[in-house]
Design a protein around this ligand. Sequence first.
Ligand code: SAM
Length: 310
Amino acid sequence: MALPEAFVERFRLLYPDEADALLATFEAPRPVSFRVNPLKTNVATALAALKKEGFTPEPVAWYPYAFRVPYAQRDALTRSPLFERGDIYIQSLSSMLAPLALDPQPGETVLDLAAAPGGKSLMMAAQMRNEGWLSVVEPGRDRFFRLKANLERGGVTIAHHYMADGRSVGAKCPAMFDRVMLDAPCSTEAKFKAWDEKSTAYWSERKIKEMAKLQFRLLLSAFKSLKPGGTLLYATCSFAPEENEAVVDKALDRLENLEVLPLTLPVANIRPGLSTWGKKRFCNEVKKCVRILPTETMDGFFLCKLRKKS
Ligand code: SAM
């Protein structure tokens, strides 16, 4: 099984000098990363328990709560009592970068606008030390209940759950939040696995266009829900510039009070936002976005930190 041809073609245009090496990272399963949940336990206790169960967790240098185990240990990890109790949460390393970049603080009012299954909400509640207000929004019924269960199991006490379309939230709650996480629904290109055809089954260039429209509406809603001076993290697990730089570029064009903030991340596999894609030229600000390149241990990702000017 191979990756879709049109995807590979687009990927080669994105990364002409390094496409082969980057595409090779889609061929084998990445190690499984997880986060120790400080709302339920501490790192020493969790590690001791996991080692006793036969796991071999390896620390991740840039985040003290992050560890990884070989892919072969994945199923066993999901059956571990620590996983069942919410003491640990399986989460990709690139996904952990988004809450780190948004940096929510205890006591703040925070919105997760596309929240299920809850990995980033859980991490943000931990960053906030369960102090403040965390609104979590998810329109899909099954995913909403999965999100709720995950947050409950993870010991989150500050979450307020809403089964709603994120596009309506800005109008309902204008200027309410200090920080907004928009981990937008996307074409999920960075989650493709060359050995698993299910992972690419719904991909098409039409899907990218569809997603880009939805993402733009969600970004407008996220912006509206921000207090003046508040910050917003826009993220996708897609490589498609239409879902990334183009969405940010269009929002900057539409909203004069919006600016891109520089982003410092603790990893080396990064590139700045693109300045062009096909015939499209993006404004200079867009270069402050960050593209996470896929590696043997990390999925690709796109991050952009934005601020509503006061
Ligand atoms: N942030 C989540 C996490 O870390 O666990 C992952 C979010 S996933 C990338 C995107 C989510 O957006 C999906 O759960 C999807 O159902 C949801 N979604 C789709 N359409 C939406 C909409 N109109 N408003 C809000 N969320 C939406």
